[in-house]
Design a protein around this ligand. Structure first.
Ligand SMILES: [Zn+2]
Length: 549
């Protein structure tokens, strides 16, 4: 017995020791990104949510209440790339939805790629992840399984489907509106659309939604978490008189066909229904979650963003879009229960950025804010630089709160970039909408202890950035007086939900700060894969089940 006992103990400890904290990793990881979703949408709409949509995460899963984007600029492309890569624009390189390219003297779209062709769409398909510099957690899953698993991304937006999945995805599908109304992909991923996608496209659901009526899901008087239906802060559909329910889309569509066509579906909750349809078809037809090679399905719901941009934060239209999305989640979860089983699936839900209250609404309630944060800056700086140098148009471009100066002209005329950037900053700071300005070359020396500096450090990709950062005051945007936008490092843009549930996730919650870059390493920890190659986030270990449970 004396001899047997140590062997027995060693055997027990080996059995208790598995390579990850899970005996069996999930068969499927599903990431849900709700475009422009603020953290407080769940708390504001709580009483009207169903028990099995968003609330299912609160019942069964882990909730990070103090979850933030940890970089400047909070936009869709950078958001999806940061979720998937576990790092920030300074490393993954997606500094905006588009950015100015000095070589071509044009804006580069974050997923634009003229070396590939579209499949299923004549005009909207030439996209790939070629501008993404680092790997994603799904890429690491592909490497880990010797490419035996599947990774698929689905969204209305091309950049959301592509950047959330990565370089080695089997497929990314996005919506081509206009006069097409189809889900498309590119030759980066495959040679032809799968039958299940073509068959779904042939059903022409977008055409049906574009001529349907959008009314509130529940009696309109119950939408007490929102303002009145008719306010001056909401954008009006072309062809409508007022921003009020019900919207008979068939009467709007003729106007929309002139410039938007079937893209009108994006600006209604029905766009999200199309995305759920596609996600469920992918689950069924691609056999996701059917074996031990962990698959990844990234689903990004974009209608919330389009509706938010048009109607703002306090609109009944926005609340209705979330109540309907809640039911989409319920439909999705119930199908997952049946098709794979929640015990074999790990889910997370987050957002790609927040949004600010409509500044006019803030002003009308005595809050500071404004709509024209950078209006006139380019002209004014160009005038001052012309008076100093005799050279016109030294400011080439303003975008993503950055100013790009003309390096070619500056070199040709033997001027000093540094001095011109400093002169530009002096002019920029005269504008009442701008709070601070920095030379890009100074950003690496900024103290990371100040929040804004830290966000700039993490957002700044020196080869793609401009020469000067222009930081607005809170509540200031470049946008019309109706609807809203996002992009800054203020908490209204950085605070997002993070909800997780399913295999390997412990029920609980935290108010400690977590970052958008923590999601990818946490998913890798479930499988014990290598981390994405540029990862700077941390594993949220308190959300993970312990090995002994
Ligand atoms: Zn977005």
């Amino acid at each position: 017995m004396k001899k047997i006992l140590p062997v027995y103990i060693i055997l027990l400890s080996v059995l208790a020791c598995s390579p990850t904290n899970l005996e069996k990793p999930p068969k499927l990881v599903i990431g849900i990104v709700v475009d422009q979703m603020r953290y407080d949408y769940i708390t504001r709409y709580w009483d009207d949510l169903s028990p099995n949509g968003f609330k299912r995460f609160y019942k069964e899963g882990f909730v990070a209440h103090n979850h933030h984007f940890n970089y400047y600029q909070t936009l869709t492309g950078p958001g999806h790339a940061s979720i998937s890569t576990g790092t920030t624009p300074s490393v993954h390189g997606i500094i905006g939805n588009e950015w100015y390219d000095r070589k071509s003297k044009k804006e580069v779209y974050c997923v634009g790629d003229n070396d590939v062709e579209g499949l299923g769409s004549a005009t909207k398909g030439r996209k790939s992840p070629k501008h993404l510099i680092t790997t994603t957690f799904a890429d690491q899953f592909r490497l880990h399984t010797q490419f035996r698993n599947k990774v698929i991304g689905i969204s209305l937006k091309d950049r959301s489907a592509i950047l959330s999945t990565g370089h080695s995805a089997n497929a990314a599908y996005w919506f081509a509106g206009g006069d097409e109304g189809v889900f498309t992909t590119s030759t980066y991923y495959m040679d032809s659309l799968p039958n299940w996608v073509s068959e779904y496209n042939a059903k022409k659901y977008p055409h049906q939604y574009a001529s349907s009526v959008w009314n509130t899901l529940r009696p309109i008087e119950t939408y007490t978490a929102s303002g009145p239906d008719d306010t001056p802060y909401e954008g009006i559909y072309k062809g409508a008189d007022r921003p009020t329910f019900p919207y008979d889309l068939s009467t709007l569509s003729p106007d929309y066909y002139k410039d938007k066509g079937l893209d009108i579906v994006r600006n209604t909750p029905f766009g999200n229904t199309l995305v759920t349809d596609m996600a469920l078809l992918a689950l069924a037809h691609e056999d996701l979650g059917k074996d031990d090679q962990t698959d990844v399905l990234m689903i990004s719901y974009s209608s919330t963003d389009h509706v938010g941009h048009q109607f703002g934060l306090t609109a009944i239209e926005t609340q209705d879009t979330y109540l309907r999305l809640d039911l989409e989640l319920e439909r999705l979860f119930s199908e997952i229960d049946q098709m794979v089983g929640m015990d074999d699936v790990t889910l997370f839900l987050t957002s790609d950025h927040g949004a600010v209250h409509v500044p006019k609404y803030l002003n009308d309630h005595n809050f500071p804010g404004g709509h024209d944060k950078s209006k006139g800056i380019k002209d004014q700086v160009n005038q001052v630089l012309f008076s100093k140098t005799g050279i016109d148009n030294l400011v080439l471009h303003i975008g993503n709160d950055q100013m790009y100066l003309d390096h070619e002209q500056i070199e040709k005329n033997r001027l000093h970039l540094d001095e011109l950037a400093e002169e530009a900053i002096r002019v920029i700071l005269r504008f009442s909408t701008i709070e601070k300005a920095f030379k890009t070359v100074d950003v690496p020396q900024l103290s990371p202890s100040e929040k804004l500096h830290n966000l700039l450090l993490r957002g700044n990709h020196i080869k793609r950035a401009g020469d000067v950062y222009m930081i607005p005051k809170p509540g200031h945007i470049d946008y019309g007086h109706t609807g809203t936008t996002h992009g800054t490092g203020f908490s209204y843009d950085t605070h997002a939900p993070l909800l997780m549930m399913g295999r390997g996730i412990k029920a609980g919650h935290t108010f400690e700060e977590t970052s958008i870059t923590d999601i990818a390493p946490t998913m890798c920890a479930l499988l014990g894969t290598a981390f994405p190659n540029g990862m700077t986030g941390n594993v949220i270990s308190k959300a993970l089940l312990k090995a002994d449970k």
